[in-house]
Design a protein. Structure first.
Length: 116
């Protein structure tokens, strides 16, 4: 008989005890622990030490590199044009072929900068 009473009392009292303990458990979970390092939020954008956005800095660097490559491409193309004009009608200098290969590489590099 005693065990039945004890079981019934514990059955009825346990929800009240859990409800009393639940706010304490939530408060300890929400308290920030300064010893643990802060984990960045998945939605938060990574920042550089100077506070700027890492994504924006990378995009600016890619843009600057594409501009430099485009300037170099223009100079190589002008050199190729001048070289072909000086060479004559039936003569193709070997350096002209190498310059066309360099132009192709530069164009591919610029394209990859613009896609990323």
């Amino acid at each position: 008989m005693r065990s039945r009473r004890a079981a019934l009392v514990s059955l009825f009292v346990s929800p009240f005890l859990v409800s009393k303990l639940q706010p304490q458990i939530n408060q300890t979970e929400q308290a920030p622990d300064e010893r643990k390092p802060k984990i960045p939020d998945a939605n938060e954008e990574p920042r550089l030490p100077d506070g700027k956005s890492q994504r924006n800095a990378m995009a600016k660097q890619e843009h600057d590199q594409a501009l430099k490559d485009a300037d170099h491409l223009v100079t190589v193309a002008q050199d190729l044009r001048d070289e072909l004009q000086r060479a004559g009608t039936f003569v193709v200098p070997l350096t002209s072929v190498k310059k066309t290969e360099e132009i192709e590489k530069l164009a591919k590099r610029i394209r990859s900068h613009l896609k990323s």
